[in-house]
Design a protein around this ligand. Structure first.
Ligand SMILES: [Zn+2]
Length: 266
């Protein structure tokens, strides 16, 4: 059983301020360790359920956050960004049996995390796919669908877990915190790791195993930027239409085209 894990940090237990998720700050070290602890716990749960190969994508900011030597052995870690359009799902292909998302967070425009954003925390005020707010979960879930890999588990803030459960009935979820205004209400970081380990093991042994939805036939994308320079520039991307000073539309029936749009315009 070959498992892919994509890991972000804004949905890791405890993270509340940008300083805590930005390399170079003293307060970052505690949360880099917690991110690593949560991934390690997920790997242990996956191995317990019978995983034989695990590939981990560090998918936050520099993508050089996870402390490799603290991970269980016999795992592979992808650091940095190749700039392939799969972004947070780099190297995912149809040889994987399942994908997990850890440390995921509320979407741009959401209220469930003081660090809510989609891809860019400064340039994007919202992204919609077919009228639904696009979280990084949704964007990467559709990438997994492209490769016909079921997404079996997510951990992160309460809002992204509820959002994922709406999109993928039966997905395993572990909410490690709830965002409220500029605060977060967290379970204990060691309990978070334990719950993730058990949740992953259950999800990989459960009845939803292998459940796969179809990709939508058509994608209508709306991107609202925080400033008009970015929307003006994006409107030169083939197929993009400026519909208001800060908002553009794009339509395609091919999800890879959507990912290519995101790579060049977000
Ligand atoms: Zn993120």
């Amino acid at each position: 059983m070959k498992i892919y894990i994509s890991v972000d940090i804004e949905g890791v237990c405890g993270t509340t301020t940008w300083g805590e998720v930005t390399r170079g700050n003293a307060e970052y070290l505690e949360f880099q360790r917690q991110m690593t602890r949560e991934v390690s716990a997920a790997c242990e749960g996956a191995f317990q359920a019978g995983a034989t190969e695990i590939v981990i994508k560090d998918a936050h900011s520099t993508a050089c956050n996870i402390i490799a030597e603290e991970l269980p052995e016999n795992t592979v870690l992808i650091r940095g960004w190749s700039r392939h359009p799969y972004m947070m799902m780099q190297e995912l292909d149809s040889s994987f049996d399942g994908a997990l998302m850890l440390g995921y967070h509320s979407f741009a425009g959401g209220g469930g995390n003081p660090l809510a954003h989609t891809i860019s925390d400064t340039r994007i005020s919202s992204i919609d796919i077919n009228g639904r707010p696009a979280s990084e979960f949704l964007i990467n879930y559709y990438t997994a669908m492209l490769e016909k890999v079921p997404v079996l588990f997510i951990s992160g803030d309460r809002e992204v877990c509820d959002h994922a459960a709406e999109i993928v009935p039966g997905i395993g979820t572990v909410a490690v915190k709830t965002g409220l205004g500029n605060s977060t209400i967290n379970i204990h970081p060691k309990n978070a790791a334990e719950m993730i380990k058990n949740g992953v093991c259950r999800a990989l042994s459960g009845s939803s195993w292998g459940y796969l939805q179809e990709l939508p036939e058509k994608f209508k994308i709306t991107i609202s930027y925080t400033n008009n320079q970015d929307s003006y520039k994006a409107a030169f991307y083939p197929g993009v239409k400026l519909i208001s000073p800060r908002t553009v539309n794009f339509e395609s029936n091919n999800y890879f085209d959507v990912l290519r749009l995101f790579l060049f315009t977000l």
